[in-house]
Write a protein that binds this ligand. Structure first.
Ligand code: FAD
Ligand code: NAP
Length: 520
C-alpha cells in the first residue's frame, strides 16, 4: 500500500498500472514520486506536527484523526500521520482514507505486506497504541532455560481450526553433535519447508507448513561450527538439524528462548525475515536483463520453491526499499546435470534493469562482493499441481518468464506423465528474448517441450509470430495432447498482460483449477 514507484507514469502497459486483485494505481502529480517522498522525509520538515514527540495513542484519539488533512493510521501497533504522504501514495488517497483513524494492518497486509512502511513512514510516526492491560502477554514462561523437553504449548493463542496441528521439537546430543528434531506430523514436507539462519548469537529455524509457520528461535548455550546439515524424513514429517559442537562438552540445555520462540502462527502474521547475501556474479543476458547470483550466508539453509518469490531489500537514499523477485536456476538446462554451484548456497535472479526505475538501477550498480538483503520465500504456486499432469502450457511476457524457469525444470525432470510442455513467450523484439538459444536447444533436444516466440515490435525480417496475446494466438497454441487431458496453464507478465490473458483462458473454457496466474 505504501511503497512502490513514482510520478505520473507508468506507461499504459507497465506493470505499475495495476497491482494485485486488479487494484488500480492512480497517476501521481509531478514531483510526487517515491524518490521525492524520500527527499521530503530527509528535509527535516516536521511531518507529524508533533515536533519530534512520540505519544501513546488511545483508540479514542486515533478515531479523531480520520480526515484527509488529519489522517492517522495504525499499522501493527504503531500510529502514523499519513496526511503528508497522501499525494505520494501510488494507490491514491482513497485507499489510505479507508483506514483513516483506524487500524489499517489488515488492509495493508491485503495489498502488500512486504512494503517496508517502517522505513518509508518513519518521519510520520506519531507513537504507539496504548496497550490495554488485558492484552499484555505473559512471557515469563518463555524466559525459562530450554531443557530439551517438548514444549507444553504453542506460544500463540489457539490457531484457527483449519490450521495444521502444532509441531513440536526435541533435541539430543552425542560427543560431537547436537541434533534438533522437529516433528511436523505432516507428510508433504521437504527441504524447502525449513529455513535456518544462525547469526549473531541467534539460531532461527522456521518450519513452513501450508500457510503456517513454526519458529524455533534460541540463543544456543554453546558454540557450534559454521556448517550444519539438515535431513527430512518425509513419510513421518520429521526434520533433523544436525549441529557440530565446537567443543566436545556435554550441553545441559539447548539454550535460551528468543523472540517468538515456539510460536505457530499464520505465515502472513510472521514478519519477513531478511539475511544479507553477497553478490557473487552478474552476467548480461539481454541488453537490459542480468543474471545475478547471490551467496547465502554460511550458516543459512534456504531453498526457494518453484514459482515462489523473495523480496530484495536495499537502502536507497537512506530509506529501505523492497521489491519482489522470482529466483531461477542458473540456466535452463544445467539442473539436468550436477549444478556447478549448489542451489542451496546460491540464489539466481533474472532481473530487468529499468533505467528510470527506483530499485533496479541501484541493484545494477552493486559490485561483486556487495550485499543485498534477501527475504524468506513467499508464493501461492504449489508444485503438487504438476503431479499426474498431461499438458503444461506456460504463457510468459518479458521477465514474467522467471517463475516458468523452475517450473519447466521440475516438469521435465519430475513429471513423467507430462506428454507436452509448451511455452509461449511474448517479448518486444528478438533481442529481448531471455535465454532464447537455451530454449531452442531444449526444444530441439526434448520432444516433450515446444517453445513459440511472439514479438510485439519485431524487425521486418522476423518471420515468427507477431502481436499481443489474443484469442486467435491462444486457441491455436493451447491444443491438448488428448481430449480431456489433465492440463495446467501458468501465466505471468506485466499485470495488464496477465489479467487480459487470464480472462482469455476463461473464455476458452479452462477452469480456475487449471489456471495459475502469477500476480503480486
Ligand atoms: P520502478 O521504479 O517500479 O519503475 C518501473 C517502471 O516504471 C519502469 O518502466 C520505469 O522506467 C517506469 N518509471 C519509473 N519512474 C518513472 C517516471 N517518473 N516516469 C515514467 N516512467 C517511470 N522483475 C524482474 O526483473 N525479475 C523478476 O524475477 C521479478 N519477479 C517479480 C515477482 C513478483 C511477485 C512481482 C510482483 C514482480 C516481480 N518483478 C520482477 C518486478 C519487480 O518487482 C519490480 O517491479 C521491477 O524490478 C521494477 O522495479 P524498479 O524499482 O527498478 O522500477
Ligand atoms: P515488457 O518487455 O514491457 O513486455 C513484454 C511483452 O508483453 C511485450 O510484448 C509487451 O508488448 C507485452 N505486453 C505488455 N503489456 C501488455 C498488455 N497490456 N497486453 C498485452 N501484451 C502486453 O515486459 P517487462 O518489462 O519484462 O515486464 C515484465 C513484468 O512481469 C513486470 O511487470 C513484472 O512485475 C512482472 N513479473 C511478475 C512476476 C510475478 O510472479 N508476479 C514475476 C516476474 C515478473 P508491448 O511491446 O506492446 O509493450
Amino acid at each position: 500500500m505504501l511503497n512502490v514507484p513514482s510520478q505520473s507514469f507508468p506507461g499504459p502497459s507497465s506493470q505499475q498500472r495495476a497491482a494485485s486483485g486488479g487494484r488500480s494505481k492512480v497517476p501521481l502529480k509531478q514531483g510526487r514520486s517515491l524518490m521525492d517522498w524520500i527527499r521530503l522525509t530527509k528535509s527535516g520538515k516536521d511531518l507529524t506536527g508533533m515536533q519530534g514527540r512520540l505519544i501513546e495513542v488511545t483508540e479514542e484519539e486515533l478515531k479523531k484523526h480520520n480526515k484527509k488533512d488529519d489522517c492517522w493510521i495504525c499499522i501493527r501497533g504503531y500510529v502514523y500521520n499519513v496526511s503528508p504522504y497522501m499525494e505520494y501514495h501510488p494507490g491514491g488517497e482513497e485507499e489510505l482514507l479507508r483506514a483513516a483513524g483506524a487500524d489499517g494492518t489488515d488492509l495493508f497486509d491485503q495489498v502488500h505486506r512486504w512494503v517496508n512502511y517502517e522505513s518509508m513512514l518513519k518521519e510520520c510516526l506519531v507513537g504507539r497504541m496504548a496497550v490495554k492491560l488485558t492484552a499484555l502477554k505473559d512471557y515469563r514462561e518463555e524466559r525459562r532455560v530450554l531443557n530439551g523437553l517438548l514444549p507444553k504449548r504453542p506460544a500463540t493463542d489457539t490457531p484457527a481450526t483449519e490450521s495444521p496441528s502444532s509441531p513440536s521439537y526435541d533435541w539430543f546430543q552425542t560427543d560431537s553433535s547436537v541434533t534438533i528434531v522437529i516433528y511436523t506430523k505432516q507428510k508433504d514436507i521437504s527441504l524447502e519447508s525449513i529455513i535456518i539462519d544462525h547469526q549473531d548469537g541467534s539460531f532461527r529455524a522456521e518450519t513452513i507448513m501450508k500457510d503456517y509457520s513454526f519458529l524455533i528461535h534460541i540463543g544456543l548455550s554453546h558454540e557450534v561450527q559454521e556448517d550444519f546439515s539438515v535431513r527430512v524424513v518425509e513419510n513421518v514429517g520429521k526434520i533433523e538439524i544436525i549441529l557440530k559442537k565446537r567443543e566436545n562438552t556435554s550441553w545441559k540445555s539447548l539454550g535460551h528462548p528468543l523472540e517468538m520462540h515456539g510460536s505457530f502462527i499464520p505465515r502472513k502474521d510472521r514478519g519477513l525475515y531478511y539475511r544479507k547475501c553477497q553478490l557473487v556474479s552478474k552476467a548480461v543476458v539481454t541488453p537490459d536483463t542480468r543474471l545475478f547470483c547471490v551467496a547465502l550466508p554460511l550458516r543459512t539453509h534456504l531453498q526457494v520453491p518453484a514459482g515462489h518469490h523473495v523480496y530484495l531489500k536495499l537502502t536507497i537514499a537512506g530509506t529501505e526499499i523492497v521489491k519482489p523477485y522470482t529466483p531461477v536456476s542458473d540456466s535452463l538446462v544445467s539442473e539436468f546435470k550436477e549444478p556447478v554451484l549448489p542451489n542451496n548456497k546460491y540464489i539466481y535472479f533474472l532481473i530487468k534493469i529499468y533505467p528510470s526505475g527506483l530499485f533496479t538501477p541501484e541493484l545494477d550498480r552493486l559490485e561483486i562482493g556487495d550485499f543485498v538483503s534477501v527475504s524468506s520465500p513467499e508464493g501461492s504456486f504449489k508444485i503438487s499441481k504438476l503431479q499426474e499432469l498431461e499438458d503444461l502450457f506456460l504463457l510468459a511476457a518479458g521477465t514474467g518468464f522467471t517463475p516458468m524457469v523452475k517450473i519447466l525444470n521440475y516438469a521435465l525432470t519430475n513429471v513423467p506423465s507430462l506428454r507436452k510442455i509448451k511455452l509461449m513467450f511474448f517479448n518486444k523484439t528478438e533481442d529481448d528474448i531471455i535465454w532464447r538459444r537455451q530454449l531452442e536447444k531444449l526444444a530441439f533436444d526434448n520432444e516433450r517441450f515446444d517453445v513459440e516466440f511472439v514479438l510485439s515490435a519485431p524487425a521486418l525480417e522476423w518471420n515468427g509470430k507477431r502481436g499481443h496475446i489474443s484469442p486467435a494466438l491462444l486457441s491455436e497454441f493451447l491444443k491438448r495432447s488428448l481430449e480431456n487431458s489433465k492440463v495446467l496453464l501458468c501465466i505471468c507478465g506485466p499485470m495488464p498482460f496477465t489479467e487480459l490473458g487470464t480472462g482469455l483462458l476463461y473464455d476458452l473454457n479452462f477452469s480456475t483449477d487449471e489456471i495459475h496466474s502469477f500476480t503480486a
